[in-house]
Write a new protein. Structure first.
Length: 110
């Protein structure tokens, strides 16, 4: 996979596979997820949810996968990361969703 990338491959499947290898091998996975623009952020985020929820958040943040990021941060008590994401996104509808009185985690985000 690394050889294909070094040859200039921009194939999503190649980069997604390489992301998973780096995550499992702990080869600077956060750096890869933040800097690589060719992997499938939703697929890699899902892959990381049970392995390392923080890395799932990194992938979801990169892909602006709002619902997945909110669910992962709620499920894993990563409320500081959720709050940072909300501030960075500056999306009123997203704020409305998270700050809704129906959200049981609302007070933990604020």
């Amino acid at each position: 996979l690394e050889a294909k990338v070094s040859e200039g491959s921009e194939e999503e499947a190649v980069h997604t596979g390489l992301a998973k290898v780096y995550i499992d091998g702990n080869v600077s996975p956060e750096h890869f997820l933040e800097t690589n623009n060719f992997y499938n952020t939703e697929a890699v985020g899902k892959y990381c949810e049970k392995r390392d929820p923080y890395l799932a958040v990194v992938a979801y943040r990169k892909g602006k996968c709002d619902d997945e990021l909110i669910k992962t941060t709620n499920d894993n008590a990563l409320f500081k990361e959720q709050a940072r994401y909300l501030v960075d996104r500056e999306e009123p509808e997203l704020w409305k969703k998270v700050l809704s009185s129906e959200n049981p985690h609302r007070k933990l985000v604020v």
